[in-house]
Design a protein. Structure first.
Length: 192
């Protein structure tokens, strides 16, 4: 694809031209899924990650701009999304392992009920929409795109609510042991 064609394609994306976007999707989707699968090792996860990438590009509209070639941008973004997924998966595994060890080493094998109460209270004190988004993401394990569709809000709005919820919870729970909060919160969200 030449530089002139690429400029036309980027302009079409910025103006949310469905035909242009569909052509971009058809041209790159399969290859990007295959690339992501090399990293994450699962086809369904790779497809989700690439779909989320295209969803983000579509939602950027006029704000979509790149400093490299479109192909380079798509592959780099796919790589970053895939690596981010693996990092989050690794963190979940580490928290689960730490949680299991902590529960095995505790006297009564029960999380601190005062801490659980404090966490739930902090979640309940979030603004209504912010709390709803947070619960869907953390307790029902829905993706940002799924929450966006369910609540009929943009993915960017979902991301904003999650950011605000995380900041608010961090502030409300800052006096508590962060390790305990992470362990118990992970247990509440994921279960053993």
């Amino acid at each position: 694809m030449g530089a002139a064609e690429e400029k036309i394609l980027i302009a079409g994306i910025q103006h949310k031209n469905e035909a242009v976007f569909e052509n971009l999707f058809k041209e790159y989707y399969g290859a990007l899924c295959a690339y992501s699968k090399l990293i994450v090792k699962r086809n369904d996860i790779a497809e989700d990650l690439v779909q989320e990438l295209f969803f983000k590009i579509w939602n950027k509209g006029e704000d979509f701009s790149i400093s490299t070639s479109l192909k380079s941008y798509l592959y780099k973004a796919t790589y970053n999304n895939s690596i981010d997924f693996l990092r989050s998966l690794k963190n979940e595994i580490l928290y689960k392992e730490y949680n299991l060890r902590a529960l095995q080493n505790s006297d009564n094998n029960q999380p601190d009920s005062d801490l659980i109460t404090a966490i739930y209270k902090a979640i309940d004190e979030l603004p209504e929409k912010c709390g709803e988004v947070f619960k869907l993401r953390k307790f029902e394990n829905m993706s940002h795109a799924e929450i966006s569709k369910k609540l009929n809000i943009s993915v960017k709005t979902v991301e904003t609510h999650m950011h605000r919820a995380n900041l608010a919870l961090k502030e409300k729970l800052k006096t508590l042991s962060i390790i305990k909060v992470l362990i118990i919160f992970y247990t509440l969200c994921k279960g053993l």
